[in-house]
Design a protein around this ligand. Sequence first.
Ligand code: F3S
Length: 399
Amino acid sequence: MHLTKEEERIYEGEEGWTKKKAMEILVAIGDINNASELIPVESAHMSGVSYKTIGDAFEFINRLEGTVEVKSTLNPMGMDRELWKEMNISTEFANKQTDVFNAYKHLGIAPECTCIPYLLDGGAPKKGVHIAWAESSAVLFANSVIGARTNMEGAPSALAAALVGKTPFYGLHKSENRVPELKICMNCALADADYSALGFLIGDLVGDKIPIIELSSSTRPSIDELKHLSAAIGATGSIGMYHIRGITPEADVAQIESKLRPEERIEVDEGDLEVVYTEDCEPDVIAIGCPHCSSDEIMRIYELLKVESKGRRIRNGLDFFIFTARRIKNQPQMQHIIEKIENYGVKVICDTCFVVSPAFENYVCVMTNSGKMLRYVPLICGGAKAKLCRTDECVKAAF
Ligand code: F3S
């Protein structure tokens, strides 16, 4: 990979040990992927923030000096910074988690601790802008809905890109690698958790091929539904983008689409989706907010709670959690709504989520509207089953 004189200086350590290490990571990744050069990125988003997943590997971050070169944000960590005691997080875990958090903060990374940086004010990149994001749901959303350009970074490569302000030019940064190679034809209308179910199927179906998803003509997904579609595809698959005509702001793909061979078309119908909903267990917890809830989602849950509760609190023996970004919870217009939601016995948690916190490992059956949780809960949340349901069914089940 070609390096400019300035990049060579960094590589040789003339700007210090931290930048040298970051540049070594970028060069190694660039060489493996035949990148021609490094390109500037506008922002970086870091995964590997929860002490549950990173463990003591974070001590490496403590040794880093200086600050990041571009706007950088953090994914959820292992606990709510303010409510960790109520979450029964041990002091030992809380101390370690605080060390991880401070290590990233020390580098100038904004401690947003959310997987939806693109929904925060000033957090969405513009179309065509190069970024270096980890967190698969955010990567898929950024490439497919916003039209920004990022590879699926890991924790080390996103951090290296943040420290240098650059990333190797390969993969989804290049137009020729963003072209759809097969088509998913959706034969029924979709709403709500159907997008989680569809994403769950697509991730498994397409392998490493970027799909163009043809929705039925009456279907126009909301931002939140696209967020869930992106998260579920990222959970079951290995691709970093998809196309939906009229949504993905990319060059016109109609011509390419017309050339796809019949075997490059996959039909998905209602029956295929229903299979994703078939887990049959009795929920002892309801969890919504994977990816983190937007303010619109929280408002909708509040409206559903008002209807379904008939003045009652959620039933005994059941927990109900909503996960969101602290910046969303703290919006002045949300304060009153969140207070009312909590009056029903629902807990609104920030900075973390069901999957990356150790606080949620003692449940048997988790009811959720998230395809990403459907994949990860059975794998890393103490062996609980996960049951996918539509949001209104989740709220109804709470009473
Ligand atoms: Fe976000 Fe946690 Fe889900 S990081 S996408 S809420 S697993």
